[in-house]
Design a protein around this ligand. Structure first.
Ligand code: DX5
Ligand code: ZN
Length: 220
């Protein structure tokens, strides 16, 4: 892939000024909006749900990349399609019939993603990779923003890239958690295509510049 994609995570946005933060992403160099949905069961935290996503979708002018950290995600595939999701990612660990889930996501007109927790080996995607548009490699344990990046992520990107090439798949690789300008180039060089960034963007005093810097360094 030529241009690396930047997906700011609104989990770290200021919810008192949500529209302002969405407009910031609209006019930035970012490619996608990353939306973290947590249910307090699959992960220990609860983030936000449908009414908030509806508001985000009303103002967002870029691809909406939804990351479901919920048990039994099949229950909500149609709901998230109707809310305006373009990419819908479910967790491997939360999906009993992953192949069926992927087809259901595509049947609703969305790109189908699969997220892997840090302990989940990429080889488990051997039999489904041709059906997956995006693999999201968690580079922290899911549930919270602002955690430290797990170094084993590089090995996982390499293994996944090998699998994609070996199978002739067109799956893209997204990295989520602890992404900064200090590691984004190495991650891109290892084979990642898209990068989620929450704290690095929204805790910055110059958010537009933070996004611009991520994009520039990833593509350097
Ligand atoms: C964590 C979420 C991430 C989170 C990333 O469970 O999936 O998308 O917002 O936040 P940072 O970039 O702060 O690690
Ligand atoms: Zn996420």
């Amino acid at each position: 892939m030529s241009s690396k994609l930047i997906a700011p995570s609104l989990l770290a946005a200021d919810f008192g000024n949500l529209q302002r933060d969405i407009e910031m992403v609209n006019k930035s160099d970012a490619d996608w909006f990353h939306i973290d949905i947590m249910d307090g069961v699959f992960v220990p935290n609860i983030s936000y749900g449908m009414p908030v996503l509806k508001t985000i979708a009303k103002h967002a002018k870029k691809t909406i990349d939804v990351h479901l950290m919920i048990v039994d995600p099949d229950r909500y595939i149609k709901t998230f399609a109707d809310l305006g999701s373009d990419v819908l990612t479910v967790h491997y660990e939360a999906s009993t019939h992953l192949h069926r889930t992927l087809q259901a996501i595509k049947a609703e007109g969305m790109k189908a993603g699969v997220a892997l927790n840090p302990h989940t080996n990429v080889i488990l995607l051997e039999d489904t990779i041709m059906d997956i548009d995006l693999v999201l490699i968690m580079s922290v344990n899911p549930g919270f923003g602002g955690q430290s990046f797990i170094e084993n992520t590089y090995a996982k990107i390499k293994q996944l890239k090998e699998l994609i090439i070996r199978k002739g798949a067109s799956t893209i690789i997204e990295i989520d958690g602890g992404v900064t300008t200090a590691n984004i180039k190495a991650l891109a060089d290892t084979g990642a295509d898209a990068f989620v960034a929450g704290s690095f963007v929204f805790k910055s005093s110059n958010q537009l510049k933070a996004i611009k810097d991520l994009k520039a360094v990833a593509n350097s």
